[in-house]
Design a protein around this ligand. Structure first.
Ligand SMILES: NC(=O)c1ccc[n+]([C@@H]2O[C@H](COP(=O)([O-])OP(=O)(O)OC[C@H]3O[C@@H](n4cnc5c(N)ncnc54)[C@H](OP(=O)(O)O)[C@@H]3O)[C@@H](O)[C@H]2O)c1
Length: 285
C-alpha cells in the first residue's frame, strides 16, 4: 500500500480524491491549513472508506515557514512517500499576498507547491514507483507567465484575478514538464479536473458578481466524485507510468497550450522559483 500526501484534501476535489484513494487501502495524509476542517474530513473519509490510515498535517501554502514545518513533520512521522498530489488552489479577484510577500495565486497555487515538492523530493526518489500529480486547469490556455507580477508589482488597480489564476495554472504544467527533466524516475503529470461543483469561487473575498456567475453555472457542473476521477486515475493507473510529463483531461492525454510546451519557459520558471524560494529558506534554516 502506498503513502499519499494530498494538499487541500479537506474539501472539494481534494476530499473526493482522498476518499477514492482511501477506498483502495492506501495511507492518506491530508496537508491542510485548517485543523478543524481537516479533522471533519478525516472522519468523513474514514467512514466512507473503512480505512483508518488517514492523517492530517498542518500546511498553509501561503507561508513558506508552514510548508517547511509540514515537510519536516512528514519526514518525522511517515519517512516514506509514494505519491504527492498537489491539489490545493484558490481563485481570487482581488490582489492579496502570501506571508512571504507573493501575489496569493502564484504564491499558493505554484510557489507553495514548488517548495513543498522540493522538500519532499528526496522521499519520492526513494520510492519504487513515485508519482507527482499536479492539479492544473483548462484556464491555463489563457495563461501567460509574467514574472513581474509575482510580487503584485502591477498594484491593485491593474490586478486581473483571472489572469493571475490562469498564470498560476500554466505554472502547474510548466512545473510538471521541468520536473520530468530533473527527476525522470518520478512519474509526473498534470490535469484539468473538469468544471466541478466546489466552493472555490465563493472564498477569498471574491466579489458578488463572480460568486453570482459561479452560482449560475453550478447546475451544469460535475460533482466532486467525477471531478476527482482524473487525479485518482493518475495516482493509480499503471498505464500512466509508461509516459511522463503529460497533461490530462477526463482521464485522457490532451495537448496543453503552446506556452505550456515551451521548454525554455519551463526552465526559466523553475530557476526563478528556486531563486525566490532560496531567498526565504535561509530565514528558517
Ligand atoms: N472546481 C473547478 O471547477 C476547478 C476547475 C479547474 C481546476 N480546479 C483546481 O482544482 C483544485 C481544487 O479546487 P476545488 O475546486 O476543489 O476548490 P475548493 O473546494 O475550494 O478546495 C481547494 C482546497 O485548497 C485549499 N487551500 C486554499 N488555499 C490554501 C492554502 N493557503 N494553504 C493550504 N490549502 C489551501 C482549500 O483549503 P480551505 O478549505 O481551508 O479553504 C481547499 O482544501 C485547485 O487547484 C483548482 O485550481 C478546480
Amino acid at each position: 500500500m502506498q503513502h499519499i500526501l494530498i494538499t487541500g484534501g479537506n474539501t472539494g476535489i481534494g476530499k473526493a480524491t482522498a476518499t477514492a484513494l482511501a477506498k483502495k487501502g492506501h495511507t492518506i495524509i491530508l496537508a491542510c491549513r485548517n485543523e478543524s476542517k481537516a479533522k471533519e474530513a478525516i472522519k468523513h473519509i474514514k467512514e466512507k472508506s473503512k480505512n483508518e490510515a488517514i492523517h492530517y498535517l498542518e500546511c498553509d501554502l501561503a507561508s513558506f515557514e508552514s510548508i517547511k514545518n509540514c515537510s519536516y513533520e512528514y519526514h518525522q512521522q511517515f519517512g516514506k512517500l509514494d505519491i504527492l498530489i498537489n491539489n490545493a488552489g484558490l481563485i481570487s479577484d482581488k490582489l492579496q499576498f502570501t506571508k512571504d510577500g507573493f501575489e496569493l495565486q502564484i504564491g499558493v497555487n505554484h510557489l507553495g507547491h514548488f517548495l513543498l515538492t522540493k522538500q519532499l523530493i528526496g522521499l519520492l526518489e526513494e520510492a519504487t514507483e513515485a508519482r507527482i500529480v499536479n492539479v492544473s486547469s483548462k484556464a491555463h490556455y489563457r495563461g501567460k507567465i509574467n514574472f513581474n507580477t509575482f510580487k503584485g508589482e502591477l498594484g491593485s488597480d491593474k490586478y486581473n484575478g483571472m489572469a493571475a489564476y490562469s498564470q498560476s495554472k500554466l505554472a502547474n504544467i510548466l512545473f510538471t514538464k521541468e520536473l520530468v527533466k530533473r527527476y525522470p524516475k518520478i512519474c509526473s503529470h498534470s490535469l484539468h479536473p473538469g468544471v466541478v461543483k466546489t466552493e472555490i469561487a465563493s472564498k477569498n473575498g471574491n466579489k458578488r458578481l463572480w460568486r453570482y456567475l459561479w452560482k449560475m453555472i453550478t447546475p451544469f457542473m460535475i460533482d466532486t466524485t467525477k471531478g476527482a476521477k482524473t487525479s485518482v486515475y493518475l495516482s493509480s493507473s499503471d498505464e500512466v507510468l509508461r509516459i511522463n510529463g503529460k497533461y490530462f483531461e477526463k482521464q485522457k492525454e490532451k495537448e496543453p497550450s503552446i506556452l505550456a510546451n515551451d521548454p525554455v519557459l519551463a526552465k526559466k520558471l523553475w530557476e526563478v522559483s528556486e531563486e525566490l524560494i532560496s531567498d526565504y529558506i535561509g530565514r528558517y534554516a
